[in-house]
Design a binder for this molecule. Structure first.
Ligand code: BEZ
Length: 250
């Protein structure tokens, strides 16, 4: 074996993906054909939150379980002004046949006869999947991994989560991410580990020594500090829900 000098960096094993979008970037724009007609993305979703996600392939079991779960939670996401948009590198007729099969034949947990009514994009050329960094050659160069992009009403990417082919997503977590981002925006706070509505939120760090001291002296109403940089406040669950839940949605 040849000893490496400290300046030698091993070459990456897979090509870097040029221009992969990152948190804070505008969602890359595209036009596409879907199972619900044509879409112009993200413009068609202006004013709404979107979960834009990829799956590896139609007619595969993990993806089927995910689509049934997403479809069964569609109304719950809608209650937080959030639409679902899926993508795989399969063609439109494959998508249609797969979604029909899911409805007609597949039962999973307590779900059966599930109709997927959110759009599923066909991306045979893999152009959209490449543009969003959904193809990870070290995992599979011909299929998208399970990527999730949470996009806000201004079309900005706010969260990105990746799962490998073998691992089905946690949909409670995806809903939690949407609620936490909306809560952070509405109340100008951050949310701690495993936060759920009703639990204390993190207030922004003190911006001056005076504010830090005031907080530590207990002079900031409703704010509880462990130390000057770690302060929380209570926002009751019903106040959070009243702020982020679309009015009139059960
Ligand atoms: C699945 O969805 O079951 C799956 C898809 C691609 C590779 C492995 C599993």
């Amino acid at each position: 074996m040849i000893a490496m000098t400290t300046n030698e960096i091993p070459a990456p094993t897979t090509a870097a993906v040029p221009g992969m979008p990152r948190i804070g970037d505008p969602a890359p724009a595209f036009a596409a054909v879907t199972t619900q007609g044509d879409v112009t993305f993200p413009a068609d979703y202006s004013g709404e939150w979107v979960i834009f996600f990829s799956h590896p392939a139609d007619f595969t079991p993990v993806c089927t379980s995910e689509f049934m779960t997403f479809a069964s939670m569609q109304q719950e996401f809608a209650a937080y002004n959030t639409k679902l948009v899926g993508l795989s590198v399969d063609g439109l007729y494959s998508h249609i046949a797969w979604l029909r099969t899911i409805k007609d034949k597949i039962a999973f947990r307590d779900m059966s006869n599930v109709e997927v009514t959110f759009p599923l994009i066909e991306d045979i050329s893999m152009k959209i999947a490449e543009m969003y960094g959904m193809i990870m050659p070290g995992e599979d160069s011909t299929k998208a991994v399970r990527a999730v992009f949470v996009i806000d009403p201004e079309g900005k990417i706010r969260a990105i989560i990746y799962y490998p082919l073998s691992l089905g997503r946690n949909f409670d977590e995806l809903l939690r991410v949407v609620k936490a981002l909306q809560t952070a925006d509405h109340f100008s706070v951050a949310t701690p580990a495993d936060w759920r509505p009703g639990e204390p939120v993190i207030v922004p760090p003190a911006g001056s020594c005076g504010t830090a001291q005031e907080r530590m002296d207990g002079h900031t109403e409703g704010v509880k500090c462990e130390d000057w940089f770690f302060c929380t406040k209570e926002i009751p669950a019903d106040e959070v829900e009243a702020a982020i839940r679309v009015k009139g949605k059960a």
